[in-house]
Design a protein around this ligand. Structure first.
Ligand code: ADP
Ligand code: ZN
Length: 720
């Protein structure tokens, strides 16, 4: 029964058809007033695990989050789904904060976001405040911050242990995307929730395509790559601040909309760049690892590593910022062993030998990943102690490439003797030029007389590069750990040179890469031009409401619209991500664009192709007891209850109730005056006419301000 309710909220308030992963289990646990710890990968949908219970429980849900920069967007996103939420943090004026406190006391809010620092106030002031109100749930976001083993320890988080002492009866839910066992242990202990249930989801990110390319002419290759992704958002990670700035500048010169981000920029600049990125006004951020923690942008389509991350954990986390909306996204790494060697220089932990060894080992594993010939996803999952379901995922470069072995003994002998004859002090590039008999001035004259000079002229530079890489990977050669990155022989070299062993090399025979499509395989393809048009409409709304575009609709939602072509409100409701309030606020405008597009191109709705997911409520919108939800609202309204009363009794948002009633204005069963204060009607009408809004509500609301609700405006509009 409760879960039916939860599913109803999932559909009506958030617009989704079914729960993902452990969402349902976590929600049930919280509703049973038990504590739980939820581990889910980025983009898994952790927020709903506490947002839905928040809407079902009586009192206030307090969300503790370290990401002050994100709070506003999170709250805006909730409000846009018709959820009463607010935040308290240091960026607000005293007055703004007082107002929030007031709203909490009046019981107007369902969710309150706070920074952990709040709980540090002397004399437990804030705890006192919480004890004076009705708190029904604590949600600890980014819970790994409580552990010094984690990569993002925040001492303030330690304070959160207090919560369970002061509020033993209030359930607590802790959420994180960090799976590490030590971190997990810390969460249970330090939060004082030793008996909490653990919900552990797979860390697989099926919609991320992993791709590794040799770090060679990587700038030219990067340009080529970005060219194919002109309209998409992406993050490019570099090792140093300087290269971040210069790469961003170079990309701008090439006409890309790119900005840099690193800890060396002043705060104002960083915030500005981050905001432009969030709002889709800047497509590319070139960043050091300083960028990311505060990034909740759902439509990051690609993450490129120009330099090697120092371990798999970082790589997984940074690439994980792609594709939070579940659409196909890509992680591209430019790999070279030279980077591994370079990073070794940074790996040393002063005065701590064992720690240094751990770092070096992690670095080598990162190198092994770069050189991998088998499924990259499987490697990642195994690294995190998870079994991959299949040998091949089908969604990484190696799974789409066929490798063939061939007898490369002669080639290997040529390569190794080139190294030996030139004295084991030349770089890879030089050796290849030497083997190919290059006439370049850089080739030493004394080398031009050697027997090996030019013996590999029949093989292309690129192929030689691959063979050398392979020989290094197999241990027949190695890169010396000096600043010149020279190639030297190994103990295995001699046998090759003497002809005692046969060397097998990889030959890349088929490189059949599937063109990544944003839609799942069984869905119809979407119309790109319509998608672009829908994005434009979204931008207009986002600008008027001063929120990031994904707060209006995610890319995933727009892609569905552009694929299934909903042509009326009922069809629109079936699109994932379209809840009641969004339907009410934006439905008309998006429908109009889709309708025009279909008229122009002679298309019909394809909504029936959308696989019916588990959706208990059908279009007739029957409640569990079989009564039409609209009629329930109408009956209650006719019996004299106010919109707020009905909302409360039915645990639905006020805006939902208003929307129900607007329908009856159209049918004449409810009078406008019953819903809208007489004195307001004229002003609303005028605003609608004056702004010539053609059914677009947002500018009218913007114009009229806080005193007028969307529901009131809709109601008046229904009579015009
Ligand atoms: P996390 O905090 O785990 O990184 P979020 O809570 O931000 O992830 O959710 C990521 C995205 O997935 C959001 O756009 C969210 O609205 C969406 N989402 C969450 N749950 C579902 C679901 N059951 N069905 C469809 N989309 C969902
Ligand atoms: Zn794979």
């Amino acid at each position: 029964m409760t879960i039916t309710r939860a599913r109803e909220i999932l559909k009506h308030q958030f617009g989704y058809d079914s729960f993902r992963m452990n969402q349902q289990a976590a929600i049930e646990t919280v509703l049973a007033k038990k504590d739980c710890v939820v581990l889910m990968p980025t983009g898994g949908g952790k927020s709903l695990c506490y947002q839905i219970p928040a809407l079902m429980l009586d009192g206030l849900t307090v969300v503790i989050s370290p990401l002050i920069a994100l709070m506003k967007d999170q709250v805006d996103a909730l409000r846009n789904n018709g959820v009463e939420a607010a935040f308290l943090n240091s960026t607000q004026t005293g007055r703004e904060q007082t107002e929030v406190f007031q709203r909490v006391r009046n019981g107007e809010l369902k969710l309150l976001y706070i920074a952990p620092e709040r709980l540090l106030q002397p004399g437990d002031q804030f705890i006192d405040f919480l004890q004076s109100i009705n708190v029904s749930l604590f949600a600890i976001d980014e819970a790994h911050c409580i552990s010094s083993w984690g990569h993002d320890f925040r001492p303030e988080y330690i304070q959160l242990g207090k919560l369970k002492r002061f509020f033993p009866e209030v359930p607590l839910i802790a959420l994180t995307a960090t799976a590490d066992k030590l971190v997990r242990q810390d969460i249970f202990e330090r939060l004082n929730v030793k008996n909490a249930e653990l919900f552990l989801s797979s860390f697989n990110r099926p919609n991320i395509y992993y791709r590794v390319e040799a770090k060679r002419n990587s700038y030219a290759r990067l340009l080529e790559y970005l060219e194919t992704r002109r309209d998409e958002s992406g993050i490019i990670y570099c090792l140093s601040r300087n290269s971040t700035d210069s790469l961003a500048a170079d990309l701008r010169d090439e006409g890309f909309n790119a900005l840099s981000y690193h800890a060396g920029l002043d705060k104002a600049t960083r915030d500005k760049h981050q905001e432009l990125f969030l709002k889709d006004e800047t497509k590319i951020i070139v960043a050091t690892i300083a960028f990311g923690m505060g990034i909740d942008k759902s439509n990051v389509r690609f993450v490129v590593h120009v330099d090697l991350p120092k371990n798999i954990e970082s790589y997984y986390q940074e690439t994980g910022r792609a594709g939070r909306d579940g659409l196909q996204s890509e992680a591209l790494l430019f790999f070279s062993w030279a980077d591994v060697i370079k990073l070794k220089g940074f790996a040393e932990v002063e005065g701590n030998k064992s720690q240094t060894e751990i770092m070096l080992k992690k670095l080598n594993t990162m190198g092994a990943f770069g050189d991998l010939k088998t499924c990259r996803r499987k490697f990642l999952l195994n690294y995190f102690s998870e079994d991959a379901a299949d040998e091949k995922c089908g969604n990484c470069d190696n799974c789409n490439t066929t490798f063939e072995m061939f007898d490369g003994t002669i080639l290997a002998q040529k390569a190794l003797s080139a190294v030996a004859r030139t004295g084991q002090r030349m770089s890879l590039g030089y050796l290849i030029d030497f083997l190919r008999g290059s006439q370049a001035k850089t080739i030493w004259d004394s080398h031009k007389t050697l027997k090996t000079y030019g013996v590999g002229a029949d093989i292309s530079k690129n192929n030689w590069f691959d063979y050398f890489k392979d020989l290094i990977a197999q241990g027949f050669l190695k890169q010396a750990e000096n600043q010149y990155l020279t190639i030297v022989l190994t103990e295995k070299s001699e046998d090759v040179l003497k002809g005692n062993v046969r060397v097998e090399l990889f030959k890349v025979t088929i490189k059949e890469e599937k063109k990544a499509s944003l839609v799942p395989e069984n869905a119809p393809t979407y119309f790109q031009d319509l998608f672009d048009e829908l994005k434009r409409v979204r931008t207009t709304f986002a600008k008027t409401e001063n929120v990031p575009p994904y707060v209006v609709f995610s890319d995933a939602t727009l892609v569905e619209m552009a694929a299934y072509l909903p042509l009326n409100q009922d069809e629109m409701r079936k699109i994932s991500g379209v809840g009641d309030l969004k339907l009410q606020k934006y439905g008309v405008d998006f429908l109009e664009v889709i309708k025009d597009y279909c008229d122009l191109n002679n298309l019909e709705s394809r909504i029936n192709l959308k696989s019916p997911k588990r959706e208990p409520k059908k279009r007739t919108k029957r409640d569990a007891d079989g009564i039409d939800t609209y009629n329930t609202t109408l009956d209650m309204f006719n019996s004299g209850l106010s919109v707020s009363d009905i909302a409360e009794t039915r645990s639905l948002a006020k805006s939902t109730i208003e929307m129900h009633l607007v329908r009856f204005i159209q049918s004449g069963e409810v009078n406008l005056e019953d819903l809208v204060d007489e004195n307001k009607v004229e002003a609303i009408k005028n605003a609608i006419v004056r702004l010539n809004a053609g059914g677009v509500i947002a500018p009218v609301k913007e114009f009229l301000g806080e005193d007028y609700s969307y529901g009131e405006i809709r109601a008046v509009l229904a009579t015009m």
